[in-house]
Design a protein around this ligand. Structure first.
Ligand code: ADP
Ligand code: MG
Length: 292
């Protein structure tokens, strides 16, 4: 079995009710391996434990059972200092759903500088990182603007730049496109995929948009705090029943291919995206044509 760059072993979490003191289990014994440079989507119905998992990976929450290893180091060990936790959050950055809650300064470039400033990065280096991060997310011309006047997609890209400026190795996006209009959503998706492709940043994206999940290399499906499925988009979406039973959708293209296959059409290859779906249908058509 591979030893992922991020590895969870029997990772378990239960919330404690403040008033009754009762434990509410949210994650049960999660074993997950994530390799460096992977692009993973985590999907699951509301309350399936996605955000809890993200918060555990970022050490916002402390596991109530099991362990998390990052780069071979047990990051839940009792000897972890505050500095160690801080260093981990720099390595594994998190972008949340609501961009308004992530912006702290009144000027865009000050906002992006906030993280590296806290890390004690020298000011010349901060300048360089801020410029580079803003260029990467296509927001250089807004460096002196006020964040609250930007569109949702622009705000979210500034929030992403703030994480990039801390030079993370992994970024977790927790429904970071959920509050955006279609254009803003596309901007954030493009930025995320650029970070994966060009900067080799490991991307973990939590989404309820199946077409977004289909763009990842791998999909992990959570259901009531357990891993229901783990595989490529092709593997996950070519077997829609477990997803539908878990209250999830499948991308329309995958649903179409699945139904055509059920009717006996020999469609092969990837089906997660409309483009792949078109390819599969064309290949079948050509194969038939040749055999006639
Ligand atoms: P998701 O992100 O998949 O919607 P969450 O991780 O937010 O799911 O929630 C998992 C479970 O934990 C749900 O049953 C939810 O009600 C519960 N939960 C989440 N946050 C808290 C909290 N702060 N206190 C108590 N229970 C919580
Ligand atoms: Mg959530």
């Amino acid at each position: 079995m591979s030893q992922g760059w991020i590895r969870t072993e029997g990772l378990t979490y239960a919330y404690t009710d403040d008033t009754t003191g009762e434990e509410q289990p949210a994650l049960h014994c999660i074993d997950l391996n994530i390799e460096k440079g992977e692009y993973i989507a985590i999907i699951g119905h509301n309350g399936s434990g996605k955000s809890t998992l993200a918060k555990l990976l970022n050490l916002v929450l402390e596991p109530t059972g099991g362990a998390i290893y990052v780069d071979g180091k047990n990051v839940c060990a009792p000897d972890m200092t505050d500095e160690d936790v801080f260093a981990l959050r720099q390595k594994v950055g998190m972008v949340f759903q609501n961009p308004d809650n992530q912006l702290v300064a009144t000027i865009v470039e000050e906002d992006v500088a906030f993280g590296p400033e806290n890390l004690g990065v020298p000011s010349q280096e901060i300048r360089r990182r801020v410029d580079e991060a803003l260029a990467m997310v296509g927001m250089s011309e807004y460096a002196r603007h006020e964040p609250h006047r930007l569109s949702g997609g622009q705000k979210q890209r500034v929030a992403i730049a703030g994480i990039i400026a801390m030079m993370p190795e992994c970024m977790i996006f927790d429904e970071s496109t959920a509050m955006l209009d279609p254009l803003g959503r596309q901007e954030v998706l493009d930025t995320m995929e650029m970070l994966h492709r060009d900067k080799n940043i490991t991307i973990i994206t939590i989404t309820h948009h199946m077409d977004e999940a289909a763009r990842a290399d791998r999909i992990v499906v959570l259901d009531d705090g357990r891993i229901l499925r783990d595989g490529t988009p092709e593997e996950i979406f070519s077997d829609p029943e477990p997803l539908l039973a878990a209250g999830l959708d499948v991308p329309q293209s995958a649903s179409l291919i699945h139904r055509l296959r059920k009717r006996g059409l020999a469609l092969e290859g990837q089906v997660g995206t409309p483009g792949a779906c078109v390819d599969a249908i064309c290949r079948m058509y050509e194969a038939r044509h040749k055999s006639l």
